[in-house]
Ligand binder design. Sequence first.
Ligand SMILES: C[S@@+](CC[C@H](N)C(=O)[O-])C[C@H]1O[C@@H](n2cnc3c(N)ncnc32)[C@H](O)[C@@H]1O
Length: 215
Amino acid sequence: MSEHQHGTTRQPATTRDSYDELYRSAPAVWTGRPNGQLVREATDLPPGTALDAGAGEGGDALWLASRGWRVTAVDFSPVALERGAAKAAELRLADRIDWRHEDLDTWAPPEAAFDLVTAHYLHSSWTDREAMFRRLAAAVAPGGTLLVVGHQHGEGWGHGHAHEPGALYSADDVAAVLDPAQWTDVVTETRDRDPDAAHRTGNPVPDTVLVARRR
Ligand SMILES: C[S@@+](CC[C@H](N)C(=O)[O-])C[C@H]1O[C@@H](n2cnc3c(N)ncnc32)[C@H](O)[C@@H]1O
């Protein structure tokens, strides 16, 4: 999933209005399939409660729900949330996903409440991005997993964000907010992007990936 040029010269979205406009521009912006890093990290986790931050059209939330997770899917785009909810109803997963219209720039999820907190390509205009990552980390329950994935800074896609430099983050940026006393097995890596997603969106930029377990 994720890049959204679709043959136009549109700048990448970073605000609620620009994301809504992006979602309105096509019946489905993303592939509908789960992100590759989520599949890699969550396939072997026992199902529990998950928070999908910036859930978009819900590909990840739907995949988690289909595997028995109870998911809170948060996004500030009502267009995206409606799409996800419609798909959940179609797949008879509606009772497993709570679609929440919240702005992660200010919204604080419940603390220590989720076995998995996952965020993919949360490229946006933040008042305080570190504080946002700190709130997501605080939402992970003891023994739970934090997974944050972004597009790595690069010539191609990263260059498109020149108008909003804070929109891009690295795995190390996320790791920097984690208190080592509270986290273990912290991994920060650059990984190849899911080739299907890269092919469909024309964005081959590798993923920057943070995975960590809460003690
Ligand atoms: C690039 S999309 C990725 C969507 C989804 N995670 C995926 O991989 O398909 C980023 C998503 O984050 C949402 N988003 C960005 N900033 C947000 C904010 N401040 N609060 C809530 N959602 C936000 C956007 O509306 C968009 O759906």
